[in-house]
Design a protein around this ligand. Sequence first.
Ligand SMILES: *Cc1c(COP(=O)(O)O)cnc(C)c1O
Length: 391
Amino acid sequence: MRKNFIIEPADRVKDLPPYLFATIDKMKAKAVAKGVDLIDLSIGDPDIPTPKHIVERMRKAVTNPAHHQYPSYVGMLSFRQAVADWYKKRFNVKLDAKTEVLSLIGSKEGIGHMPLAFVNPGDYVLVPSPGYPVYPVATLFAGGEVHEMPLLEKNGYLPDLKKIPKKVLNKAKLMFVNYPNNPTAACADKAFYKELINFAVTNNILICHDAAYTEMYYGKEKPLSFLQIPGAKKVGIEFHSLSKTYNMTGWRIGFAAGNREAIAGLGKIKTNIDSGIFQAIQEAGIEALKTKDSDLKKIRTVYRERRDALYRGLKKLGHEVNNPKAAFYLWVKCPKGINSMDFTTLLLNRAGILTTPGNGFGAPGEGYVRFALTVPVKRIEEAIERMSKII
Ligand SMILES: *Cc1c(COP(=O)(O)O)cnc(C)c1O
């Protein structure tokens, strides 16, 4: 027997950067322990409860013994059909529920597994930066190489596809894109998606569009689905989530839709790793997808009022900030001479406001801080009041 029993994490774990929100959680715990009346604008987790009709459907579904057994790996056909119906209604996109839709235990799960299905060691995955941290981490877990595509203000926070080096393109397998965007709240137009599809065809790159925020919009113009653009289904899939649209982050349900080979590949990984979503939750998901637009409008109005209060307040204090058309984030430039982490720390220590430093989403996010619209207007006004006293 060895004298010292050592539990040694794998290199892929040791090499991980600290998960951004775990760091934020620690800062938060410290402030709370000190008794700070914290205004938490750091994490994109809706504070509004899940609509009642969805909770009611769950309450009933949970008593059905049929749901107490292993669910189907690919998801109940009735849920996948509800997804297909929703896509038709919302985006006029036709999907075959059997082959072009896959249920996910939240879209994060699908995004996290995608590179395992398609990336060999040494293959490149193109990821937006700043961006959702799961794209690069999932790539590294699969042994892939990450190539960051900077999202810059001067390009409307769209990646400059012409800037990707040839030698990366030759080995590129997947690309992640995400609009409406987290963290910049930028939206993509039809022209961008057309360029993206041409680029994917030319370079044989599978597009993974993360569409978590298409239903969180403020104006008359609704965000697009990547799948609405002709040719999209040939080159990619779209990840979607019930989390943000229906205030269901805790339920863990999402889906992928689009190219059937991509769906089948991802499904194969899932079959071998997880056993699907609790069917009662899938029933609640069917109910969610049938939510009346008037109910969703109410939720959107709440976020719009918050956005207006925060945007106006920050502007009045002289901050440079976008006025987002979609998603629930404000991407705020740091005051001259201080970096993202300093601004975050200043806001926390001097005003009790928790935000997310932009560089936590990737180096090009340096110089920005992300504010999430996850507290009521009253608290946003309080945050602005506190900020007016420190800066
Ligand atoms: C919140 C979020 C997700 C994760 O959604 P889940 O379905 O809850 O896993 C995915 N992508 C982005 C960009 C997000 O902000």
